[in-house]
Write a protein that binds this ligand. Structure first.
Ligand code: NDP
Length: 483
C-alpha cells in the first residue's frame, strides 16, 4: 500500500514536472513569439547584397540602434530616408536632451551621426521604397532600385506632420501653408501668420515665427493648450503671440498665388475670415508605416504593433523603435531608448538563431556594396534678378532654379540630389541655385514662401514649380516632363 502510494506520488510529480516544462516553453514562446529565425544555409546560397543589421531611418531611434548594433560588432547599415536626421533637424533649439544644455536640432543630429559613424556604421543616403518580409533574408529595395537582403531589421521610420484636410490647404501648400517654421519663418518678416494647434510643436512654431512676424495668432481648437507648462509660459510672455481658443480652421483662402486668410469658426459656430499671410500647422504627427502595410502588424492608427515588452514586431528578428511605435511619449529621448532596446533585441535574436561572428564573417564577400552616386557638379549661385535674366536670355535649354537656405534641413538634403541631377541632365537643362538666406530678391520676385522650391523656366517663362522632397529619379522625371 505504502509502496503503491509512493509510485502514484512519483507519477503525479513527473506529470506536474512535464506540465511545468511544457508551460514554461510555451509561456516563453508566447512572450517572445518572434525572437528566432530558422536559418537556412540554402536560403543564403546565391544571395548577394547582404546586410547583417539594416536600420531604416536616421532619427534618434535609428541612430541609437545603429550605435549599439555596430558596437556589438554587427555590420550595420543605416538607410537615411527622405529627411536624414529625422524630425529633430526641423527643431531650432532642443533643451531637454540630457547633458547637453540647449542645442539646435540639426547640430545634435550631426553630432550623433558623427559618433555613430565612428563605430563603422555605413550610411546610405537612400529611402527604402519597398520591403518583402515574407522570406528571410528580408528583402529591401532602395529608392534607386537596389535590392538588399537583411538578416535583421530595425524599423525607425518615424512620423510625419499631420495635415488638416481643410479646403484650400493643398492648393496653398508651399504658397503660404507650411509645417516647417525653422525653414520658412524668415519669409514672414513683419507679416501676420496663423499657427494651428496647441501642443509643443505648435508652440515651437509660434515662438520661431514670433522672431520674424509682426503678429502670430495661435488657433487652438479646444479650451486649453496641450503644450508643456514651460512652453505655455513662453507663449504667454511673448508680446507677438496671441492665442485664440475654441477655434477651428474651415478653409484656407488665397488670391490664387498665396494665402490671404483663413476661415475660422468658434464654439458657437460663428464664422470669421481671419486675414493672415501664412498658416503653419503643428497638429501632431502620423507614423511613417505605409511601407510596412501587409508586412508587419500595425494598429488602427498605423503604429507598428509590438508583440511583447521588447521591440519585437510580428516578424522574427525585425524590431521597431521610436515614433513608429510610440503614441504615448513621442520624445526624442524615448525614441533613442527604443532604438537601443531594438539593437539589443536584434543581437539576441541573431544569436538565438545561430548567427555568430563566424557565420557573419563567411558572408563578407557578399555584403551590400552600394553603387556609388553619380558625379555631381558645382552649380552657379545667383544673387540677383539681373543674373537670372541674363541666363534666361542666353539659354536655349530648360533652366532649373533651386531656392534653398543653409538653415533649412530639407534644402540641404535636396542640394546633392539637385547637383547629381544636374550632372546627369547636363545636355538637357541648366541648373542654378539661389540661397534665400543670403539674398531674398529672387524669392520675392517669384513669391517663394517655402523652401526648397524648384522652378523650371522654358523660353523665359516659369513652366514648372515644386516644393516636393524628391529622390534623384523623381527629380529627373520632374525636369524631363518639360523638355
Ligand atoms: P500633440 O498631439 O501633442 O498636439 C497636437 C495639437 O494639435 C493639439 O493641440 C491638438 O488639439 C491639435 N490638433 C490635432 N488635430 C487637429 C486638427 N485637425 N485641427 C486643429 N487642431 C488639431 O502633437 P505635437 O506634435 O505638438 O507633439 C507630439 C509630441 O512631441 C508631444 O509628446 C510633445 O510633447 C513632443 N514635442 C516636444 C517638444 C519639446 O520638448 N520641445 C517639441 C515638439 C513636440 P487637441 O488638444 O484638441 O487634441
Amino acid at each position: 500500500m505504502h509502496f503503491k502510494t509512493s509510485i502514484l506520488t512519483l507519477i503525479g510529480l513527473a506529470c506536474l514536472g512535464a506540465i511545468y516544462i511544457w508551460y514554461r516553453g510555451n509561456a516563453l514562446q508566447t512572450s517572445h513569439p518572434a525572437q528566432k529565425i530558422v536559418i537556412s544555409r540554402e536560403a543564403l546560397k546565391d544571395i548577394s547584397n547582404i546586410v547583417p543589421v539594416a536600420v531604416i531611418g536616421s532619427g534618434p531611434a535609428g541612430l541609437s540602434a545603429a550605435l549599439y548594433s555596430s558596437r556589438m560588432n554587427w555590420p550595420t547599415v543605416v538607410f537615411e530616408g527622405a529627411l536624414p536626421g529625422g524630425q529633430l533637424t526641423g527643431t531650432s533649439d532642443i533643451e531637454n536632451w540630457p547633458g547637453v544644455g540647449i542645442v539646435p536640432g540639426p547640430r545634435l543630429m550631426k553630432d550623433i551621426k558623427e559618433h555613430v559613424s565612428s563605430f563603422g556604421v555605413r550610411f546610405i543616403p537612400q529611402t527604402i521604397k519597398q520591403v518583402d518580409f515574407s522570406t528571410w533574408p528580408y528583402k529591401l529595395w532602395t529608392s534607386d532600385g537596389q535590392e538588399v537582403r537583411a538578416l535583421s531589421v530595425v524599423v525607425a521610420t518615424g512620423a510625419y506632420p499631420s495635415t488638416l484636410g481643410a479646403v484650400g490647404e493643398q492648393e496653398y501648400w508651399g504658397k503660404g501653408v507650411s509645417t516647417c517654421a525653422v525653414c520658412d519663418a524668415p519669409f514672414y518678416k513683419g507679416k501676420v501668420v496663423g499657427v494651428v494647434g496647441g501642443g509643443d510643436s505648435a508652440a515651437e512654431e509660434a515662438l520661431e515665427l514670433a522672431s520674424f512676424a509682426r503678429s502670430v495668432i495661435m488657433l487652438v481648437r479646444g479650451e486649453r493648450m496641450r503644450a508643456s507648462a514651460i512652453m505655455q509660459e513662453r507663449i504667454k510672455n511673448n508680446s507677438h503671440i496671441t492665442v485664440r481658443y475654441n477655434t477651428k480652421v474651415k478653409q484656407v483662402v488665397g488670391d490664387g498665388t498665396h494665402v490671404t486668410g483663413v476661415e475660422i469658426t468658434n464654439s458657437e459656430k460663428q464664422t470669421e475670415l481671419l486675414v493672415v499671410d501664412g498658416l503653419f500647422l503643428g497638429i501632431g504627427h502620423k507614423p511613417n508605416t505605409e511601407l510596412f502595410k501587409g508586412q508587419l502588424l500595425r494598429n488602427e492608427a498605423g503604429y507598428i504593433t509590438l508583440s511583447g515588452r521588447d521591440q519585437a514586431t510580428s516578424k522574427p528578428c525585425i524590431f521597431a523603435a521610436g515614433d513608429v511605435v510610440d503614441f504615448v511619449y513621442r520624445q526624442a529621448g524615448v525614441a533613442a531608448g527604443d532604438g537601443i532596446r531594438a539593437a539589443l533585441d536584434a543581437d539576441r535574436c541573431l544569436e538565438a538563431s545561430g548567427i555568430d561572428d563566424t557565420f557573419v564573417a563567411s558572408l563578407v564577400s557578399r555584403y551590400f556594396n552600394p553603387v556609388q552616386p553619380t558625379v555631381s557638379v558645382s552649380l552657379p549661385t545667383l544673387t540677383t534678378s539681373k543674373e537670372l535674366d541674363s541666363h534666361l536670355l542666353n539659354e536655349k535649354r530648360l533652366l532649373v532654379l533651386d531656392f534653398y537656405a543653409t538653415y533649412c534641413p530639407s534644402c540641404m538634403q535636396m542640394l546633392p540630389v539637385f547637383e547629381e541631377t544636374a550632372a546627369q541632365l547636363a545636355d538637357k537643362a541648366v541648373f542654378l541655385k539661389t540661397d534665400v538666406g543670403v539674398a531674398s530678391e529672387l524669392a520675392e520676385r517669384f513669391a517663394v514662401s517655402m523652401i526648397p522650391t524648384f522652378l523650371i523656366f522654358k523660353a523665359g517663362e516659369v513652366v514648372g514649380r515644386s516644393t516636393e522632397i524628391m529622390n534623384k529619379q523623381q527629380m529627373i522625371e520632374f525636369v524631363e516632363q518639360y523638355s
